[in-house]
Design a protein around this ligand. Sequence first.
Ligand code: FEO
Length: 405
Amino acid sequence: MKPVEIKKDIFWVGAVDWDSRDFHGYSLSPRGTTYNAFLVRDEKTVLIDTVKSDFLSELMCSVSQACGGEPCIDYMVVNHLEPDHAGCLDTIVERFKPEKIFVSPMGEKALRSFYHNSQDWPLEVVPTGASISIGKRTIQFIETRMLHWPDNMVSYIPEDKIAFCSDAFGQNWASTERFADEVDRGILTRLLADYYANIVLPYSPMVLKTLDALAGMNLDIDMLCPDHGLIWRGKEDVAFALDSYRQFALQKPTNKAVIVYDTMWHSTEKMARAICDGLVSEGVSVRVMSVKHNHHSDVMSEVFAAAAVIVGSPTHNNGILPLVADVLTYMKGLRPQNKIGAAFGSFGWSGECVKILAEHLSGMGMEMVEPAVKVKNRPDHETFQACFELGQKVGQAIKAKLAAA
Ligand code: FEO
């Protein structure tokens, strides 16, 4: 793609990855993604972040065009070391021999362990509060540790009211458009939430602290440039992105539940539907998700949006089915907060499933609704009634949580 001038002499020089589906190795990006890098032309020409190494030639081509045919990079700013943003660092350093490379204190550590040949690189460590002059402009640095890795930082140019915010406020969306105001808002909002649920969620306490710290700095921002997806342009959209993150981080309860299950001979599946009926009878909106048909990334997006998580599995070899274990492991790592949990399942002889499921859910701090329901072989009328009642109880627990919120 050609570079896009997003402000006077500031260019998007990133790459659009239309085919990305396996995002960062564990999550889905069904609409592809972008790797956003930026070039600021002033007395010094500054490259902010790079792209995944597969897209090096596109980055080079864009930098060259943005520089008017004679590519030059005086300074580099490394807001994040994850390889989809710092993947071209060594090639760029070798080719352009920048005078300085600015990186956060944690970024320096990460850089040294990613690039073992970096001993002679002209690194300059910039903690929060540091700023540099690049001519008519300054760049101020703000560390945003654990948003999403320890090394992340935001680079802010006050003269242009623009913040390059790394992983924060990103979305996975390969598009020809560069700005959030050019695309469908409903889809964008959903992708912003999916990204948060699968990438940023465990760091929600840090998100709140960072938002407070940014508010305390009184930065005047009218453009927020994340490393993935669409750029937020204008005060209204910047406020929308900031407020969305605050709401996401607070994880307030909603009138929604998700039932996640796997099944062998359809007993657990039928129980899931009876639990769904019980929830619906209490006015709760429910998603029923078989783990055979839904990737853990999609399940997590629904878990993030729900007040209650009800998990079912048959007993298998004294344990639970592997795809359920996969979802639970993924969910635990993302540390959802403020959830109600419940368990159900079927068994042939030993029947450990519900105990194991309940341990997983309570281990994540979920407020458990009892009794869990389990059935030997096939559910009968009584089992369906017990499942319906479990759904009702979870629905009532959601109502109580909403009333208390
Ligand atoms: Fe695509 Fe943490 O970065």
